[in-house]
Design a protein around this ligand. Sequence first.
Ligand SMILES: Nc1ncnc2c1ncn2[C@@H]1O[C@H](COP(=O)(O)OP(=O)(O)OP(=O)(O)O)[C@@H](O)[C@H]1O
Ligand SMILES: [Mg+2]
Length: 249
Amino acid sequence: MLELRDICRHFGGVKAVDGLDLDVRQGEILGLIGPNGSGKSTTVNLIAGLYKPMRGSIRFLGQDIGSLAPNQRAERGIARTFQNIRLFGHLTVWQNVWAAQVVREGGWAGFRRRWLAGADAARDEVARLLAFSGLADKADLLAGNLAFGEQRRLELARAAASGAPLLLLDEPAAGMNAEEIGELDERIRKLREQGRTILLIEHHMELVMEVCDRIVVLNFGRKIAEGTPAQVQADAQVRAAYLGADETA
Ligand SMILES: Nc1ncnc2c1ncn2[C@@H]1O[C@H](COP(=O)(O)OP(=O)(O)OP(=O)(O)O)[C@@H](O)[C@H]1O
Ligand SMILES: [Mg+2]
């Protein structure tokens, strides 16, 4: 579905992503893990088009998307969440999800006509996504006033609302308690059941190992391992990378 070949992005002397080959297969939940600063978020930003690679190619659904702007990639079907949450804080929860449907409907052009024609269906869809995210009773609150875990849930609902077949989730469990992480696990599985393909970046190893079909491990911008959760956990290089970075990991 998504193919990165020999992707490089350096920042000054820092080789954030350094010759990365990455394949995301249709329908899978692929984990992307690695110590802090190993290039995970940079990879997401390269896929979503926020950064331009210095070298290498990115193909999505068989087409080269390397020269497309972020909004064009979103329209092709790539949605993402941010490690540092980015919501419309001054809009309500409901409005945040509603606005995300715009992308699926092909941008703002003709949106008013489409909205008037399909307003009931659009409202039902927003209600369904808010229920899915456990945010139905928060629909009229300003997004900026939600608790942290709720904001993460809203980000996921918004990505799902875009209708994109590929979701890039950058640390969706960060700052969540164990109960919330359990719910997130179920939501990620449900999204996959609905046909979404998911690239999951996470530091919560229990979640990653439970939910992912395959895992790719980065260290210093390079892929050091790839395989099933069991294979990756048993990998000596992976263990060394994590122990070197953080004794508790
Ligand atoms: N815009 C930028 N300008 C300069 N350096 C950057 C920029 N973005 C990332 N870097 C550097 O690139 C390296 C990789 O960063 P990145 O954010 O991709 O890591 P990460 O794997 O997501 O880490 P974390 O787990 O802490 O989120 C780091 O050394 C970081 O400081
Ligand atoms: Mg990151």
